[in-house]
Design a protein around this ligand. Structure first.
Ligand SMILES: [Zn+2]
Length: 67
């Protein structure tokens, strides 16, 4: 099961929670202060903005046509 990090909106603490399939995020509460609806923190995926999609198909000088 995946483990997500959440940040409490009330006290600002970050805690980890195992995401259960039958348990929505709505029912999550902060273990420190009991604040509801903590914000999900995405850690480890900070570099998802891919930069290698532009130069994939390099067809330079493609103005010639087969005739
Ligand atoms: Zn809290």
């Amino acid at each position: 099961m995946p483990i997500y990090e959440y940040q409490c909106r009330s006290c600002g603490r970050i805690f980890e929670k195992i995401q259960k399939l039958n348990e929505g995020e709505e029912s999550l509460t902060c273990p420190y202060c009991g604040g509801k609806k903590p914000e999900k923190v995405l850690s480890g995926f900070s570099s998802l903005k891919g930069s290698e999609s532009a130069s994939a198909c390099g067809s330079s000088g493609g103005s010639k046509r087969f005739s």
